[in-house]
Design a protein around this ligand. Structure first.
Ligand code: BGC
Length: 464
């Protein structure tokens, strides 16, 4: 948006409300990621599950999410961002209730697929909506707030897992998520559609009404409407643009690459297998492992605040460099410790600290920034399509990383596995240097003009 300031306090409050509501989608995303590590052992015990069925219960959500993200591209274009978020909310409620009541492992897999669809639709639509509705100068912070909600969701799930593990009820662990899902549903009903989508699909009057509430001043609304209309004058969209425009294909590849690299940092290895990693670091009891996992969740939340504070001040690239270096250091030292042997006391503390250093590095950088960049670099006409592709790639890569970690441990060994992740983080930093643009404070329209004029990817934010 072109607002240099949000004018009236009431429009500022309204903008904030809208952003918080949309970011709640992230909370549900996080809850569903975090809940399974605690629930699985109980489900496995109750149904005497084979490893394969357990893997299916975990990964069915990611399969659903990958498809949900793709479907959401079409959905949010046809029905608007608001209805897409509403549909995600309904699926969150239904999926949570279904998983709590599931009478067999197969039924649970069905419920997790549905939840996955919800997560996929939400993880596509919420950042897109936020990037379209947030004023330019706080756009980064708003999407970071969405990531913050993801991390709060993960932490919430870890905590609820511990609490409910004492009564041993996986049904409650999974079912309790229906409560925030209902709140989200209620919140979505109060959201406006994004002005960009309204201008594209409905007409100027509706768009102006929303913009006036968000921006306050008539002048700013005029400027905004003019900018968006200028872009909409170019006819192609999505798939068609992909086929015809090399420039668009470049932004698609960049978005997909960023999402692959985000997953190759190893973040979800820690999210899904943290208790096991703490086992490797010498924490023997299940309880110790679960509590250490909560600390991981906490650091994940706290470090995300760092990203929120810095993203629109330092800019995207410096934060990514610091984050990649920190993650590489955490993973590399952990790998080295596992090689040297962790023998109680100091080395155990160092191993845990390194895992936390890694998490902090991710949460202050790649976690929020990849979602931010993916929503910023796509041109308006292909934005839905572009973000759908990158979100799909995020989930597919997530699934691959989660499904290969245990095999990596047994084939190349624990220490080499972590060293491999350290190297991947260094590669991430090199890709940032070579291809990622600095988009801080630059309008989406400006980024688009540069992209479509054939400007190099790393120069997309440059003033020309
Ligand atoms: C990633 C997720 C990850 C989460 C952890 C997100 O940005 O896309 O895969 O589980 O961060 O906080």
């Amino acid at each position: 948006m072109n607002a240099t300031t949000l004018n009236a306090p009431s429009s500022r409050r309204y903008g904030l409300f809208v952003c918080v509501m949309a970011a709640l989608a992230g909370l549900l995303f996080g809850l569903d990621i975090g809940v399974i590590s605690g629930a699985l052992p109980f489900i496995a015990k109750e149904y005497a599950l084979s490893d394969t069925l357990q893997e299916w219960i975990v990964s069915s959500m990611m399969v659903g999410a990958a498809f949900g993200a793709v479907g959401a591209g079409w959905l949010s274009w046809r029905m608007g961002r608001r209805y897409s978020l509403g549909l995600a909310a309904v699926m969150f409620v239904a999926g949570s209730v279904w998983s709590a009541l599931a009478g067999s492992p197969e039924s649970l897999i069905g419920a997790r697929l549905l939840l996955g669809l919800a997560v996929g639709v939400a993880s596509f639509t919420a950042p897109l909506y936020l990037s379209e509705i947030a004023p330019r100068q706080v756009r980064g912070a708003m999407i970071s707030a969405y990531q913050l909600m993801i991390t709060v969701g993960i932490l919430g799930a870890f905590l609820s897992n511990i609490g409910l593990s004492y009564i041993g009820s996986w049904r409650w662990m999974l079912g309790v998520i229906a409560i925030p899902a209902v709140l989200f549903l209620l919140g979505v009903l109060a959201l406006p559609d994004s002005p960009r989508w309204l201008l594209q699909r409905k007409g100027e009057k509706e768009a102006r009404t929303v913009l006036t509430r968000l921006l306050g001043s008539a002048e700013e609304v005029d400027v905004e409407v003019r900018e968006i209309n200028a872009q909409l004058a170019q006819p192609a969209q999505g798939w068609k643009l992909f086929r015809t425009s090399t420039n668009f294909r470049r932004s698609i590849v960049l978005g997909a690459t960023l999402q692959i690299l985000q997953q190759l940092t190893g973040i979800n290895v820690v999210m899904y297998y943290a208790p096991r990693i703490f086992g490797l670091a010498g924490f023997a009891t299940h309880e110790q492992q679960l509590w250490c996992t909560v600390i991981v969740g906490l650091v994940n939340v706290l470090a995300t605040f760092g990203a929120i504070a810095l993203v629109d001040r330092w800019g995207r690239k410096p934060i990514l460099y610091v984050g990649c270096a920190t993650m590489a250091m955490g993973m590399g030292t952990l790998g080295w410790l596992l090689h040297a042997g962790i023998a109680g006391g100091a080395s155990q503390v160092l191993a845990v600290s390194m895992l936390l250093v890694f998490i902090a590095g991710f949460a202050m950088s790649a976690g929020p920034l990849v979602w931010i960049l993916c929503s910023e670099i796509q041109p308006m006409q292909g934005r839905d399509f572009g973000i759908a592709i990158s979100t799909f790639v995020n989930w597919a890569a997530n699934m691959i990383v989660a499904a290969t970690f245990l095999s990596l441990l047994s084939s190349i060994g624990e220490s080499h596995t972590f060293i491999l992740y350290a190297l991947l983080n260094i590669i991430f930093a090199c890709v940032v240097y070579l291809f990622v643009p600095e988009t801080r404070g630059v309008s989406l329209e400006h980024i688009e003009r540069n992209l479509m004029a054939g400007q190099r990817l790393r120069e997309l934010g440059a003033k020309v």
